[in-house]
Design a protein around this ligand. Structure first.
Ligand code: FES
Length: 318
């Protein structure tokens, strides 16, 4: 059974991912969204970060989708209770209220989903678009159900809720594929926690001021940065979509990703500007015999553990 289900879903998602005609809708939609947020300047940028969930430290869309899923499932259960226990206990009225909560949550989730849509790859956009179309259908069905109930057509309302729930469940499955299979919204930074012990990676004299340098240690990509008499080391793959931070720019006390412009604090990797949501992994630094050595830092350690002041006499140190 498990094999059968997995094959079934693989076939569905694989088929959708190959539907190039969906790009005729997805590509202009992505371009229009980008244009809209860009046109807003700094305010548009802030609005985009808010909708991505940069302030929240978690993708906002994923959190908000729980509202319609929970509320509409509640409505479905209340309908069953109304049908099986008693029609006089107010289950039907409660179901209508649950539908309204779900409708509000679905609209908020749709807005955050649109903001996220602008940074997807073509394959992800095809799945994302299908997910959005199914969710829109579910929203229309649930709104129609709510209206029918308001007009007293309870049985029609219940039928629409059942249909809407089935469509919503399908949409949720596509959302799950986007996150768990296509890794949208999860960190792209290397979180393997290596190396555990200090390893020499580069002679200190080879690292130039504000000129980020990629090193690979224990199979992990790390970016070394020398800035204002200190040396910092962060994970090199941007947590947003894996952009190469070694090709980024130093802006103030942060590094800017070359792909979509997220800023990460040099001191502790936290996101200072989105669209990234997740902090960059950090490495502890020490200098031994003219070599920069690093090891993976634990999250939440105090700032001095993440950086090493240049030793007196190091090339470029004042
Ligand atoms: S990859 Fe998107 S901001 Fe870095």
């Amino acid at each position: 059974m498990r094999k059968l289900m997995s094959r079934f879903w693989d076939r569905i998602f694989g088929t959708v991912e190959r539907q190039e005609w969906l790009d005729r809708v997805g590509d202009p939609l992505e371009a229009a969204l980008k244009k809209t947020f860009d046109a807003g300047g700094p305010v548009g940028k802030k609005a985009g970060d808010f909708l991505h969930g940069t302030w929240f430290g978690h993708p906002l869309h994923a959190a908000l989708t729980d509202v319609p899923v929970g509320a509409w499932t509640t409505a479905l259960v209340l309908d069953v209770l109304d049908d099986t226990i008693s029609r006089r206990r107010g289950y039907s009225t409660a179901a209508r209220h649950a539908l309204a909560v779900g409708i509000g949550g679905a609209v908020a989730a749709a807005v955050t989903g649109l903001a996220d849509f602008q940074h997807l790859s073509a394959r992800q956009r095809r799945i994302g678009l299908t997910h959005a179309m199914l969710n829109t259908s579910a929203l229309v069905l649930m709104t129609s159900s709510y209206m029918a109930r308001r007009r007293g057509n309870i049985d029609t309302g219940k039928a629409l809720t059942r249909l809407g729930w089935a469509v919503m469940a399908m949409a949720a499955h596509f959302g799950g594929h986007l996150v768990y299979q296509q890794r949208v919204g999860v960190t792209k930074a290397d979180e393997r926690g290596r190396p555990g012990e200090f390893v020499p990676v580069l002679p200190v004299g080879e690292l130039r001021e504000d000129d980020p340098r990629r090193v690979i240690v224990d199979d992990v990509r790390v970016v070394l940065i020398r800035h204002a008499e200190r040396i910092y080391a962060l994970g090199e793959e941007c947590s947003h979509m894996g952009g190469p931070l070694a090709e980024g720019q130093i802006v103030g006390d942060s590094i800017k990703c070359p792909w979509h412009g997220s800023h990460f604090a040099l001191a502790d990797g936290r996101v200072e500007q989105g669209p990234a949501i997740h902090a960059q992994p950090c490495f502890e630094i020490r200098i031994r015999e003219g070599q920069i050595e690093l090891r993976r830092a634990e999250r939440g350690r105090e700032l001095p553990a993440y950086a090493s002041a240049l030793p007196a006499g190091a090339p470029g140190a004042s």
